[in-house]
Design a protein around this ligand. Structure first.
Ligand code: MTE
Ligand code: MO
Length: 354
């Protein structure tokens, strides 16, 4: 893993580790933490569901599993800070890790539908947002506070939003949120709250620092230390993006035909419709083959074989989604003070010898 920070633990896999296929093993899956990883005793743990509901719930893991039907959803998680390193090349972003293109991974998650819990509890009129609360206290929040987030009811009651205890068929690892985490497919990873303890139906989005202040897109000239809560654009659905996974740029290449492989992720309920690849800095492009997603909520792999010229080579890739939207060319006009949502064209520099 490429470790950006040990405490809190923040790490992404190398490109080559993701190149193998669309499901990411748990020990290769990126880790994004804002505080210490809590150790929760699953036997005494309880999940509370309260707020604007007719029948509040308090459930043990066993009760959750007994009362509700189990569902499995393959979903890609992606941090809003994925590809931030493309921004820091333009202008420094103090206090934020320079994530490369691998702050994203895909797993099959098994658990219960948030929809089914909300149906059992019965939403009251006025419930517009579903807030999630966890116990891990982040010293990076202002003021320091446990992690939290929310999604609008319209997303919460889509059947794909899970409360999961299993990842790729094995118990959810502690670092990924055991005993129970939220999985909000197609939305930025920040909404998929780990170590879930409490779900609250409420009128307004969560007031938690990580919903109200962080994970918002601020204008380039804003001072993130000075802006108040609720400024900027709250991030939800992931923006269309792609990355080159193979070759990975770490080994010297021989010029000539090479298979180029990557992922593209359309976010929310869109799919990837086309990926173009260039090995001459965008003078000419060729269309890559795009794999079908392994489920409606996952990234898609693409591949093509192109002749790598001798010398300095820049491989460039750009994707289109099912609505016809394309990735922007440059990160320069996307730059924002917290460094979120850099979905500009993927670029990889290589040196090829004869
Ligand atoms: N949940 C809690 N309780 N604490 C956190 O720090 N980080 C969020 C989200 N859920 C976080 C959390 C962010 S920003 C991301 S991108 C994903 O978890 C990362 O999930 P992973 O570490 O399992 O890859
Ligand atoms: Mo994130």
């Amino acid at each position: 893993m490429v470790v950006h920070e040990r405490d809190p633990y923040n790490a992404e896999p190398p490109r080559s580790a993701l190149a193998g296929g669309p499901l990411t093993p748990a020990d290769t899956f990126y880790s994004r933490n804002h505080g210490p990883v809590p150790e929760i005793d699953a036997a005494s743990w309880r999940l509370a569901l309260d707020g604007l509901v007719q029948r509040p719930l308090l459930l043990s893991l066993a009760e959750l599993r007994e009362r509700f039907q189990e569902h499995t959803v393959a979903a890609t998680l992606q941090c809003a800070g994925n590809q931030r390193s493309g921004f820091t090349e333009i202008r420094d972003i103090p206090g934020e890790d320079p994530w490369g293109p691998c702050a994203t991974s895909t797993a099959r998650w098994t658990g219960v539908r948030l929809l089914d819990l909300l149906t059992a509890a019965g939403l009251k009129a006025g419930a517009e947002h579903i807030a999630f609360a966890a116990p891990d206290v982040s010293q990076l929040a202002d003021p320091p506070q446990p992690y939290g987030a929310s999604v609008p009811v319209a997303k919460a009651v889509h059947g794909e939003v899970l409360l999961a205890w299993t990842m790729n068929g094995a118990p959810l690892p502690r670092v990924h949120g055991a005993p129970l985490r939220v999985v909000v497919p197609g939305w930025i990873g920040a909404r998929s709250v780990k170590w879930l303890q409490r779900i609250t139906a409420q009128r307004k989005p969560s007031g938690n620092y990580f919903q109200a202040t962080a994970y918002r897109l601020l204008p380039a000239d804003a001072d993130p230390a000075a802006v108040g809560a609720h400024e900027g654009i709250s991030l939800g659905p992931v923006a269309l993006n792609c990355a080159i996974l193979r070759p990975d740029g770490t080994v010297r290449r021989i010029a000539g035909p090479a298979e180029i492989v990557g992922y593209a992720f359309a976010g929310d309920d869109r799919t990837v419709a086309r990926v173009d690849v260039s090995v001459n800095g965008g003078r000419t492009w060729s269309q890559a083959g795009v794999d079908a997603p392994i489920g409606p909520w996952t990234w898609q792999y693409w591949r093509t074989t192109l002749d790598l010229p001798e010398g300095e080579v820049e491989i460039t890739a750009r994707a289109w989604d099912s609505t016809g939207a394309a990735q922007p060319e440059s990160a320069a006009h996307l730059w924002n003070p917290k460094g979120y949502a850099n979905n500009s064209w993927a670029r990889l520099r290589l040196n090829c010898s004869r």
